[in-house]
Design a protein around this ligand. Structure first.
Ligand code: NDP
Length: 453
């Protein structure tokens, strides 16, 4: 590790104790950004990176709500407003029991570079709560969302901070929060993205992250004159990102054979076809069931429970060419990465944020895997959120084809930026450096232009 990165990490660890995911995300970017510092010392003198790792603002609040049995619960709400150098804060809200300050800071930090890569004018933020929507009734989720917005509304706005969905926050939750914001402010504005189609949402927004991750994989494959046609793909998760990843794999002629949730995974050697995918959408989005039920319905599939205490995730131990981790952070450790390599995987396109632990990333890079890190490969979601903001400002919705075309162009450009920047900084084919440095430069220059901010 270079002295610069060591100094940064000592500082980050001292100032942010007990936040391992945030340390991990900062270290990964610092290891790329050091190449910029060596070549352009003005960024170092201006302490741009030291400024970037300190959020502009952290909002932490109480979210009290009452369940269906009149029992009171208190959750914690957060919004991290990380960086607004190139636009209003933008980034999702996550509702999951694992949510804490460190996890949201890592996500907000990643978001800054990701949003910059899209070339749209969006700063970076992230928020959420340790509330667990699993097992809650619709009314309980609504009351929680309303209480959450009772505080958040005073900190956000269409030109200030525009949240979206993430784990545990889909169209239903965005609807409840939008409704409450509108009541409190008496304004109909584009304050959230991922809205319903008949009240300001954009076509292709639900699909965008998964579609984008597959477009990114297709771009990486094209550098070797290959395509997804006929390729076997491992996909984790079974939520928003995973579902539309499978859909686009099918569109491009590939075959997805796995899906998971936090209890276990299914392996369907015959492939998850369109009918089966429709069933998964119904199961997960309407019935809010478990992926185990897939194997009850389709006897050709095998369900395996996943114990988080295991030293590896068996989902990553099947013969395939491509992997699309689409569940959560750190779901691929060194052993999983080794299993992927041994099973022939040579394309990894990350739908989830930071799903691969550091030793896994190192293995992928050492073995020449076409490895698209989350901040590049899953930027399609926030990109279409940016397009939703544009349509809201214009009060003019675009067609499905128009949004999809723009999404494809954005993913193509992100891919090109990553490759060009990696090449320019002497690490050709390294999408990690390409994404980190490409994202960094635009934000850093804006910060320099704006004085000591
Ligand atoms: P969803 O809530 O729709 O789905 C999440 C899926 O991942 C579920 O199948 C869930 O299973 C599983 N999962 C969540 N936490 C864990 C865990 N700790 N261990 C194992 N499985 C887990 O979320 P999304 O699909 O929206 O998000 C998935 C990933 O993609 C996240 O990393 C998110 O940050 C990232 N992302 C999402 C974007 C979007 O537009 N939605 C944009 C960019 C990135 P279970 O139901 O059991 O919890």
């Amino acid at each position: 590790m270079s002295t610069y990165v060591e100094e940064i990490m000592a500082y980050v660890q001292e100032k942010n104790p007990g936040e391992p995911e945030f340390h991990q995300a900062v270290e990964e970017v610092a290891q790329s950004v050091v190449l910029v510092m060596d070549r352009y010392p003005e960024y170092r003198a201006a302490k741009i990176f030291e400024r970037m790792i300190e959020p502009e603002r952290v909002i932490l609040f109480r979210v009290p709500w009452m369940d269906d049995h009149q029992e009171i619960h208190i959750n914690r709400g957060y919004r991290i407003e990380m960086n607004s150098a190139i636009g209003p804060y933008k980034g999702g809200l996550r509702f999951h029991p694992s949510v804490n300050l460190g996890i949201l800071k890592f996500l907000a930090f990643e978001q800054v570079y990701k949003n910059s890569l899209t070339s749209l004018p969006m700063g970076g933020g992230k928020g959420g709560s340790d509330f667990d929507p699993k097992g809650k009734s619709k009314n309980e989720v609504m009351r929680f969302c309303q209480s959450f917005m009772d505080e958040l509304f005073r900190h956000i706005g269409p030109d200030t901070d525009v949240p979206a969905g993430d784990i545990g926050v889909g169209g239903r939750e965005i609807g409840f929060m939008f409704g409450q914001y509108k009541r409190l402010r008496n304004e109909f504005t584009g304050v959230l993205t991922g809205k319903g189609l008949n009240w300001g949402g954009s076509l292709i927004r639900p699909e965008a992250t998964g579609f984008g991750a597959v477009y990114f994989a297709a771009e990486m494959l094209a550098t070797r004159n290959e395509s997804l046609e006929g390729k076997v793909c491992l996909v984790s998760g079974s939520g928003n990102v995973a579902q539309f990843t499978v859909e686009k794999i099918l569109d491009l002629g590939g075959k997805a054979v796995t899906l998971s949730d936090s209890s276990g995974y299914i392996y369907d050697e015959t492939g998850i076809d369109r009918d089966k995918l429709d069933y998964v959408k119904l199961l997960k989005n309407a019935q809010r069931g478990r992926i185990a039920e897939y194997a009850d319905k389709y006897k050709e599939a095998v369900y395996t429970p996943i114990d988080p205490a295991m030293d590896h995730n068996p989902l990553w131990n099947h013969k395939a060419s491509c992997a699309f981790p689409s569940a959560t952070q750190n779901e691929i450790n060194a052993r999983d990465a080794r299993n992927l390599l041994d099973n022939g995987v040579y394309v990894v396109s990350e739908g989830a944020n930071m799903p691969t632990e550091k030793p896994g990333v190192k293995l992928f890079l050492e073995h020449g895997v076409l490895y698209g890190p989350g901040k590049a490969a899953n930027a399609g979601g926030v990109a279409v959120s940016g397009l939703e903001m544009t349509q809201n400002s214009m009060r003019l919705p675009w067609t499905r084809d128009e949004v999809d075309h723009r999404l494809q162009m954005i993913m193509k450009n992100i891919h090109k930026t990553c490759r060009d920047v990696a090449e320019k900084f002497g690490t050709p084919g390294n999408y990690v450096n390409g994404a980190n440095i490409g994202g960094f430069l635009k934000v850093a220059d804006a910060m320099l232009d704006q004085g000591l901010v």
